[in-house]
Ligand binder design. Sequence first.
Ligand code: CMC
Length: 429
Amino acid sequence: MSDQAELTVDGKNYTLPIVTGTEGERAIDIARLRSETGLTALDPAFGNTASCESKITYIDGDKGILRYRGIPLEAFAEHPNFVEVAWLLIFGHLPNLTEYESFSKELTENANLDEDMKHHFAGFPRSAPPMAILSAMISTLSCFHPHLFELDGADQFEKAAARLISKIRTLAAYTYRRSRGLPYIYPDPKLPYVSNFLHMMFSEVYGPYLPEPEVRSALNLVLILHADHEQNCSTSTVRMVGSSQANLFASCAAGVSALWGPLHGGANVKVIEMLESIHRGKQTAREYIDAAKDKSSGVKLMGFGHRIYKNFDPRATMLREVSEKLFARLGVDDPLLEIARNLEEIALSDDYFLERKLYPNVDFYSGIILRAIGIPTNMFTVLFAIGRLPGWISHWHEQNSDPAMRISRPRQIYTGNPLSNYVPMEDRI
Ligand code: CMC
């Protein structure tokens, strides 16, 4: 196979290098296209643009493969441990015992928020969207830990990463408690990451919440399955913001905002709203599918389709299995699960979805699991953010460790007015 592409423009020939990734994926390197030809590349929504080279996550969307640092996602299912996966993504290898214990210690020591941060929660209306609070409060962390702006050395970076991963679950839990008018529950240093989060969410001042092991395990796996997905919208946002040398907290706060949208992480909320509307009898599953096929309706089958996967999203397959096991263990009988299965069955035997290769994505079953755990619907995307944070941090770090990093700055093709005259106010019609 050739390692060069030929381009002919206005009768002139140019040679562009082809780069090949570990798994054989190939891309034309157009970094010198403009300087050599005077042309740029137009690719709205970046459907054909590799924005960087990365060693973190590999996806084969046609085969439904997802690997973190080379390890298939399925390998984490038996003993799911979110902290281990966070380390793997950020530092590039599975932690040995010393690394794992030291990182866990950092997480434990940094779980508390500065007491003054609590006043900020009180300034939001109780009905405020949790993603708005989360983004604002992650930015606010920059004010309380300014010494972590200038990361001089690996040790400082590890501290900043641990601080953020630890505090995001406290921020999330306090957001929920405040929205319900409940007292804040301090983190318990004896509890591991996920149990501590559940404790801060659901314990009472007069009694601890003791989750079933299956709940802890399911939540660990849900977070792992969300932990990274290469250059998705929020991760690309974190990289874009980070490319201006904005600090880790500011960059991740921007990632939260990008994740909030209903076409990205916000889809997990929309899926439940869709299932609930079918459950309430507003329309049947068949009618919903028909509306999703009708472009003029503005309706989409939420939790279906993906820019990269043109086959089953492996995360959806794993979440479906987890939901079945968890429901059996907890004795939950959620009618929404049946509706989801029914929608999936109808869609996967319909030519519209088959021809376009639209399959369930990660958001299709995640909400059903979070509901069974007791997480309210408006917190689902916050849970996605907790899961995705190690991915954002690892991409920010990978980019900022590259001595060749430049500020990200796409170009455009201007299609507005040609040169026009300024018309004084009194002469305007
Ligand atoms: N329902 C109905 N039609 C759809 C859907 C859907 N969920 N998804 C895609 N299509 C259609 C789309 O209109 C297009 O039709 P046509 O070829 O006739 O114009 C065709 O399928 C191909 O779409 P695409 O180019 O593959 O879609 P995209 O890459 O621009 O968008 C997406 C990807 C995920 C935003 C989109 O599939 C969608 O809106 N899905 C519903 C929202 C959702 O579940 N989002 C979560 C994504 S996974 C987790 C995450 O990233 O956060």
